[in-house]
Design a protein around this ligand. Sequence first.
Ligand SMILES: [Zn+2]
Length: 75
Amino acid sequence: MEKKKFELGDVVQMKKPHPCGTNEWEIIRMGMDIRIKCIHCKHSVLIPRAEFEKKMKKVLKSASPGDEQSDTETR
Ligand SMILES: [Zn+2]
């Protein structure tokens, strides 16, 4: 039971892919509503936060390294 965490700039995967065939979205605006942009065709969609949390599958790329497990860059 982990809570979905996402931030501005994250690349996320949604439950339903975009009709263009890509399922990678970048979060470009956060507020009451979340605006995500399809990585492939640059189409952007505005979704209410609650709905976004329901439709988001997982975070593919976090904008802030160190928050999640970052074994790649150990110093
Ligand atoms: Zn698209």
